[in-house]
Each structure stands twice: as C-alpha cells, then as structure tokens.
Design a protein around this ligand. Structure first.
Ligand code: DAH
Length: 339
C-alpha cells in the first residue's frame, strides 16, 4: 500500500508539472483528492491493514495528500499569474503611437479680420454699437439725407419688407440710432450684415458686411478723420502703408472722401491687383452733414463729427489676396482651412 501511495504521489507530481489550464488542474484535483479519487480509494482499504501497519500508512497517506494539495495550490497561483501576464501582454497600449487628430474648427476669415478691426478701434477708445438688419426706410435713407427720389437709392436697391421697412443697405443707419440715444462725445464702430438686391458674382453678393464708424464731439475736424483712418490702415495693413484721400460724394457727409491705399503689390506702379490704378479703394468717409446732426437732435453749431464705412468682404479679399467673394459663403473647409 505504501508503494501504491508512492505511485500516486509520483504520478501526481508529473501530471501537475505539465498543467497550464485551470480546468485541467481542477480535473486533477478531483482525480487525486476527490471523494472518488485515487487517494480516497486507497484510504478506504486501510481497514484491511494490521494495527501495526495502519499508523505508518496513515501518516504517509496524509503526507502524500498534503504534498499534492500544496502542489495544486502552487500551480493554481502560477497559472493565475501567467494568465494575467498574458492578458496584459495582449492589451498592451503603445502611448507613443500617433493618435487620430480631431478636426478643430477655426474662426472664419471674415470674423478673423473683423476681430482685428474691432481690436484696432477698441484700442483707440471706440466702443461697439449694434442696429437692426430689418430697418425702417427712415433710418436707412431718410434721416441720412437720402430722400425718396434721391439717385443714391438706385445704387443701393434693397429688399423691401413693406413701403417703410427694408433690409438695411448699409450700416450707416446705426449712426442715426446712436446719435438719437446718446449725447456726445460719441465714438463707435458698428459692424454688421447689409443687403442689396445684387446678382451674385465674384465681387457681388446680396448679403455682405460693413463696418460703420462715427465720432461726434466738440471741435472734431477733418484732421481727426485723417489721423484716425490713417492710423487704422497702418495697423491693419502695416506701418509702411501709404494712403490718400480722394474727394467724393455721400449724401450724409460734407465734405466726403474716399480713402485709397497705395497698391501693396506694385507700390503705385499699376498692376493686376489694382487694375492698373496704383491705388486700391478702401472706404468712404466724411464730416457728418450738419443736417444729419440736426435730424438726430445734435446742435451742429456746437458739435461736429466724422463718419466712415468700409466693406468687410473687400477688406478681407485684399488682405489675403482672395479673388472671389463667393468663397466666403460656400463653407468649403479646403478654403476656410487656409487662414
Ligand atoms: N454707407 C456708405 C456705403 O454703403 C459708406 C459710407 C460712406 C459710410 C461714408 C459712412 C460715410 O459713414 O461717412 O457706401
């Protein structure tokens, strides 16, 4: 019987040495130590032994059981460790691999330049005013000294909501709204959408953006207008920019002018960008017409002011050398991504 026990022990040692599967390990446990296992089978025969042999066999049987139990225990631990290691190996994460970049949006070129323009004027003490896009004819035309039959209405043909209500053709009506509500000194810019019933082409759109400017105070002169606008152009297009003021006519300013900047490409020689002119038109401006001041309840004997208006699209096109205005509204990321 001692031999049989020794056999079981040796078999078990051999078998256990080869196990790597927890299921097989469990089967072996049952096979050797279970109620119907080999060791139990032998112990059941103990009754046949002599009183002399019984304690020896019993002690050895316990020893065999204990050592098999211990082996199984050890094996269970090593199988578990090996399985964990394998799992970790399989789930390995390489933190040095390049990730998938999430596409990040950017400011639209129109907003980007508008933000720069706002910054420039805020830096000069201006604040930002807003007005409605659906506007009364009175503010869009009448109060700006453009009566019903005035030819200026032709070039600013708009969308009429009703006889008295239009989509504003310019940001100039904000001037009137501000002057009606605010005592001088006034220093505002007013960016926003404007509408004209123009057909879409490379330089026209029924919707575009303007930025209006207005300064009203005691003793404001043409020198203030020139100094302010020249500084604005240099901030926006660079210190080396050269500007000129050219006489013009607007119904709501007197005198009126257009501000040109010397062509960046040819420095005044004349090229494709400036259409051979050497100069590029930037904005309209002038001294606020005394009639407009009066209409808004500001005494033109006491106060004077200057105003200006520029088209945002044109300004951005010049800035980035964009030759088709439609690109701004098509929202093609291949275009928008370049700024
Ligand atoms: N509102 C004019 C336009 O759309 C631009 C303009 C010219 C605005 C002269 C002004 C100004 O404030 O003084 O053509």
């Amino acid at each position: 019987m001692l031999n049989a026990l020794q056999n079981i022990k040796e078999q078990a040692v051999l078998a256990l040495a080869q196990v790597s599967d927890p299921k097989v390990l469990d089967e072996l446990r049952v096979k050797y130590l279970g109620k119907k296992g080999e060791l139990t089978a032998i112990l059941k025969q103990m009754g046949k032994l002599s009183a002399e042999e019984r304690p020896k066999v019993g002690a050895f049987a316990n020893e065999v059981r204990a050592s098999i139990e211990q082996l199984i225990e050890q094996k269970a631990v090593s199988i578990k460790t090996a399985m964990q290691a394998k799992k970790l190996e399989q789930e390995k994460l390489d933190v040095t691999l390049p990730g998938t970049a999430a596409p990040i949006g950017k400011a639209h070129p129109l907003n980007k330049v508008l933000d720069e323009i706002k910054e420039i004027f805020l830096g000069m003490g201006f604040s930002i005013a807003e007005g409605p896009e659906v506007e009364l004819d009175y503010y869009n035309f009448e109060a700006l000294n453009i009566p019903k039959n005035h030819p200026a209405r032709d070039t600013q043909d708009t969308f009429y909501i009703s006889d008295n209500v239009v989509l504003r053709t310019q940001t100039s009506p904000v001037q009137v709204r501000v002057m009606e509500n605010q005592k001088p000194p006034i220093r505002i810019i007013s960016p926003g959408r404007v509408y004209r019933s123009d057909a879409v082409d490379a330089t026209h759109s029924p919707l575009f953006h303007q930025i209006e400017g207005l300064v009203v105070d005691k003793g404001i002169t043409m020198a203030d207008l020139k100094g302010t606008l020249e500084m604005f152009v240099k901030r926006l297009y660079g210190e080396e920019s050269v500007v000129r003021f050219r006489p013009h006519h607007f119904p709501f300013t007197e005198p009126s002018a257009e501000l040109d900047v010397q062509c960046f490409a040819c420095k005044g020689e004349g090229c494709r960008l400036c259409k051979g002119e050497g100069w590029i038109e930037l904005l309209g401006c002038g001294m606020v017409h005394p009639k407009v001041l009066s209409i808004c309840g500001i005494d033109p004997e006491e106060y004077s002011g200057f105003a200006f208006g520029l088209g945002l699209e044109r300004t951005v096109m010049r800035r980035y050398n964009i030759d088709d205005l439609r690109l701004f509204y098509e929202n093609d990321v291949r275009f928008l991504d370049q700024f």
